[in-house]
Design a protein around this ligand. Structure first.
Ligand code: EPU
Length: 451
């Protein structure tokens, strides 16, 4: 029998515990709705990408020296990753938004359970740690409650590349034969972003060649591979469905530093917010070419956008937008992480549209709250909803179910009439830096207060 079902219960338990622990920061956001007024204006800069910086932190385990990572967002998920890395022996120094991670000393092969359960991305550490130490012990990771989030792909992938996978109590234990990970070929039955990154990193210090097929294509994977290659890795094909990795004996930073790319999900959320609430907003320091699917859709729905090399300018216009169906898809398709903000956008569009969430089965947990706010919305099954607009939303007490829905709630609260209160701000702080300060700077009335 597969070991995956045995641990499914514990995985779920860890996720629930992670949510409970997340409530430590008892703060809420109080937001004054704008109704239909378009008052936000000015400039807003996009921070470094959470899902890129987290992987860069993990990648430092492939080195035995200091590695510098720049443009790191000040968010809770990064702080969690920092805790885990310190726990296993990494020395970390922070200088504003740059981090220097020193992996010279001995690093433990055992990932701390309590810390890992709070961060799904902690599983990415297993790849480089296996490459470095030849063994890893870890528990099912936690993270946002957006679906089952199994780890079968990781376990199958490790086996395919020549690792031995076993269980010790509730912990998974990975080991490689003497001499390093032999390498092999692996086909992802489901494209997995962290799965691709993890196995790619596991193979970097292997002794053979690894081929990953049906790999995920997200830009964060390409940025990671480019950095590792600059430091001596031999990775070909990142950003395409077939990635080949030839093992090398070691990596050296050689003066290279990891520059975290802009967060495409944050940029996309700001774009949606601006389309609904702004007269004229410039979204700076972003990478529009990573947002093609959203930009294409917003344009055909009627949003006036000026797209530059590293900025997008949104002009509010009359705010009459046409509804359009949305289907989430792996990159470069429409990102699941923008699905909730897009649902809020659809409540303000004319007509009926379906959202088909194809990646996660738990990403409509915001539906009841939007209904309470006055949205015309119908759940069809756990992957599809229908939204009819436009509707006037009204301010409510809300509690964000996951971090991406959290920003969707801020957008909904700003579009609404009246005051909204968003509880469990920790869920938003996990992914967005000082969100209330940055939105206040463009004219939003939003403040953080203790619960
Ligand atoms: N899947 C499996 N088995 C596995 C792994 C994944 O069946 O072993 C399935 C998942 O259940 C899902 C699909 O594969 O249906 C894709 O999941 P994926 O593994 O790609 O997700 P992830 O790597 O855990 C990353 C981001 C998510 C983002 C997804 C999809 C990080 C740290 N997380 O998650 O970001 O939604 O890719 O793009 O990179 C967020 O930032 O809020 C977030 C959830």
């Amino acid at each position: 029998m597969s070991i995956e079902p045995i641990t499914a219960f514990f995985g779920l338990w860890d996720m629930i515990k992670g949510m409970e622990d997340g409530k430590k920061a008892a703060q809420k956001l109080v937001i004054e709705g704008l109704g239909h007024k378009r008052v936000l204006s000015g400039e807003i800069s996009v921070c470094g990408a959470k899902n890129s910086a987290l992987k860069a932190f993990a990648a430092t385990l492939l080195f035995k020296e200091k590695v510098r990572i720049e443009n790191v967002p000040h968010i809770e998920d990064i702080f969690q990753m920092e805790h885990i890395l310190k726990d296993i022996g990494v020395l970390i120094n922070q200088e504003k938004d740059a981090y220097v991670l020193d992996t010279t000393s001995q690093i433990s092969s055992e990932l701390p359970r309590a810390l890992s359960k709070r961060l799904r991305a902690s599983i990415v550490l297993t790849g480089p740690l296996l490459g470095r130490n030849g063994s890893v012990t870890f528990h099912h990771p936690g993270g946002c409650l957006i679906g089952a989030r199994p780890i079968d792909v990781f376990l199958e992938g490790f086996r395919a590349l020549g690792a031995n996978v076993s269980m010790k109590g509730e912990a998974y234990v990975l080991t490689v034969p003497t001499g390093g990970l032999p390498g092999g070929e692996f086909f992802f039955h489901t494209q997995s972003v962290t799965g691709t990154e993890t196995l790619m990193m596991a193979a970097v210090l292997g002794r053979g060649k690894s081929v990953l097929k049906n790999a995920a294509l997200e830009p964060e994977i390409v940025v990671l591979a480019d950095f590792l290659n600059a430091c001596g890795a031999r990775i070909r094909g990142a950003g395409t469905p077939t990635i080949e990795v030839e093992g090398v004996p070691g990596l050296h930073a050689r003066g290279n530093l990891f520059e975290t790319p802009p967060d495409r999900i944050e940029a996309g959320s700001f774009l949606i917010l601006a389309a609904l609430t702004a007269s004229d907003i410039m979204i700076r320091d972003c990478e529009p070419r990573h947002l093609e699917s959203l930009i294409y859709l917003l344009k055909i729905m009627g949003v006036s956008l000026e797209v530059g090399g590293d900025f997008i300018r949104v002009r509010g216009g009359d705010g009459r937008y046409k509804a359009h169906d949305i289907k989430t898809h792996e990159y470069p398709g429409f990102p699941t992480d923008l699905q909730a903000p897009m649902a809020v956008f659809l409540t303000q569009c004319e007509g009926e549209a379906f959202i088909f969430e194809t990646i996660f089965e738990g990403r409509f947990r915001y539906v009841d709250d939007l209904l309470r706010m006055g949205a015309h919305l119908r759940s069809l099954d756990q992957h599809r909803i229908m939204i009819k607009g436009p509707t006037t939303l009204s301010g409510k007490e809300l509690e964000s179910p996951d971090l991406r829905a959290g920003l969707a709630y801020i957008i909904a609260a700003l579009v609404a009439e009246g005051v909204s209160v968003i509880h469990n701000v920790y869920n938003i702080d996990r992914g967005y830096e000082h969100i209330e300060e940055r939105l206040s700077a463009v004219g939003a009335r939003i403040k953080r207060v203790p619960e």
